[in-house]
Design a protein around this ligand. Structure first.
Ligand SMILES: Cc1cc2nc3c(=O)[nH]c(=O)nc-3n(C[C@H](O)[C@H](O)[C@H](O)COP(=O)(O)O)c2cc1C
Length: 174
């Protein structure tokens, strides 16, 4: 089984979660982790597509929010393409394709609405994917991070559980 993780990240937090998910999946699955900037079209030979990005202005980032993010860091930030644009350009898939959605957002205030993970999940479903689990938000302490303690472990454990259930599912479907 092969998985591809496509992520977007301004300050490295979503990137770190993507790596933790890869670690969790890798115990059972061949995994490739790709920054959305470098991700070409959706690869047909992948059994599980995992897509993640930061929550900006209650949803997926846009060119303007990425430009705003770029002002908060000296590190190079890709503003031209994000997960929103990548998914908008993706081709629909036939039934049976599996996917997972994740995102990051600030922990406080807890009532702050919006989730990139949910938006990504919706778009994946519209493309024809069935989600292997509910979209998951991972939390950062502040806009530029860091992740709150325990989030990397939570991502690893989540991914390992999904790898198990997906392998199990494939064994019983073939
Ligand atoms: C322009 C901008 C808008 C943001 N809007 C939200 C928001 O609406 N809700 C939220 O929870 N976090 C918001 N955040 C915080 C981001 O979710 C946070 O920067 C991100 O999770 C960090 O991940 P990254 O290092 O991978 O970019 C915003 C951040 C930026 C830069």
């Amino acid at each position: 089984m092969r998985a591809r993780i496509v992520y977007e990240s301004m300050f490295g937090n979503t990137a770190a979660i993507a790596e933790a998910i890869a670690q969790g999946l890798r115990e059972h699955v061949e995994v490739e982790v790709v920054n959305v900037v470098a991700a070409a079209e959706v690869c047909a030979t992948v059994n599980l597509l995992v897509v993640g990005g930061p929550t900006h202005a209650f949803g997926l980032s846009r060119p303007q929010t990425r430009r705003d993010a770029a002002k908060l860091t000296n590190a190079p930030v890709a503003t031209a393409i994000g997960v929103r644009e990548w998914l908008a350009a993706a081709l629909p898939v036939s039934p049976g394709h599996r996917a997972l959605a994740f995102g990051t957002k600030v922990a406080k205030p807890p009532w702050l609405a919006g989730s990139a993970a949910r938006g990504i999940g919706k778009r994946l479903c519209r493309l024809g994917y069935s989600l292997a689990d509910q979209p998951v938000d991972f939390l950062v302490a502040d806009t530029t991070g860091p992740l709150i303690p325990g989030e990397l472990d939570r991502a690893r454990v989540w991914a390992t559980r999904i790898a198990h259930t997906e392998l199990d599912r494939r064994m019983h479907h073939t």
